[in-house]
Design a binder for this molecule. Structure first.
Ligand code: B12
Length: 216
């Protein structure tokens, strides 16, 4: 796993895919491979911050992640069979076009049996509200990695609370992305946060069950 992280961090496409194919053939779980790739991407981000690499490096990192997913996606989906039922409205918020994490979250929710409406990237707060009023989701999933995305998320949460009555109650709001933490969740006013799609989906499933059971 460390070799995979290191190959991603070095933006070495060929080694990464070779190592991923070998690990996959050796029976390493898709989830472990994705985690190792994400760790490599985190280091790519640090290299970008210290100007060791530039925007083209980030673009390359995105391509590497997509190719890793091509190898493991089928296994990942079948490892995620859950009995979740509920509707999820998902999108990357205004100002942000990072979509790899959001797409992985969509895939994980679907594999768990949730119906997902994916609004795409750079989605304005008003669009989230209109879609929520139309489809009355159980969960609203907001994705974003840029600091400026947190302001958009906060505005979405404000709008949803403001229109809570029309929505028949505010849906569960979960935010995700590599740069999200407890402080961001507090600032945004989200119910929950995660840096891991699978963990986030399992959490949503538990929360919905409790909500329906009347314990929340
Ligand atoms: C690849 C990448 C890009 C690619 C993205 C390609 C794509 N199609 O998405 C491109 C080249 C487009 C890009 C552009 C930019 N990027 Co960029 N990028 C990255 C990088 C290296 C990896 C991000 C990634 O895709 N990770 C893989 C995914 C799978 O992980 P993830 O997003 O965390 O998602 C997981 C979980 O968080 C969770 N999840 C995510 N969302 C959700 C939602 C819900 C509801 C749930 C349940 C779960 C969930 O599920 C996923 C799987 O577990 C990060 C570094 C890092 N630390 O992550 C920088 C990073 C995010 N980028 C950064 C920057 C600065 C930029 C640019 C501004 C650069 C520039 N000068 O133009 C632009 C911004 C463009 C814009 N307006 O959005 C900074 C942001 C700093 C900040 N705090 O604001 C980072 C942190 C790098 C750094 N350390 O400086 N980038």
């Amino acid at each position: 796993m460390e070799d995979i992280s290191a190959a991603v961090a070095a933006l070495d496409y060929r080694s990464t895919i070779g190592l991923v194919q070998k690990a996959h053939a050796d029976g390493v779980s898709a989830a472990d491979i994705v985690h190792a790739t994400q760790e490599g991407l985190r280091i790519v981000g640090e290299r970008y911050e210290r100007q060791d690499i530039f925007l083209s490096g980030l673009i390359m990192a995105g391509d590497i992640f997509r190719s890793v997913m091509d190898v493991v996606q089928d296994d990942l989906e079948s490892s995620l069979e859950g009995g979740g039922s509920g509707r999820v409205l998902l999108g990357t918020v205004q100002g942000d076009i990072h979509d790899l994490g959001k797409s992985m979250a969509a895939l994980s929710f679907r594999a768990f049996g949730f119906a997902v409406e994916d609004l795409g990237v750079d989605v304005p707060p008003q669009t989230f509200l209109e879609a929520a009023l139309r489809s009355r989701p159980d969960i609203i999933g907001l994705s974003g990695l840029l600091t400026l995305a947190f302001t958009s998320m906060r505005e979405i949460v404000r709008l949803l609370h403001e229109h809570s009555e029309e929505l028949g109650g505010t849906p569960l709001i979960v935010i995700g992305g590599a740069t999200i933490d407890q402080h961001v969740a507090q600032y945004v006013g989200a119910d929950h946060w995660t840096n891991d799609a699978m963990e986030g989906v399992r959490l949503c499933q538990r929360l919905l069950e409790s909500r329906r059971g009347g314990t929340l």
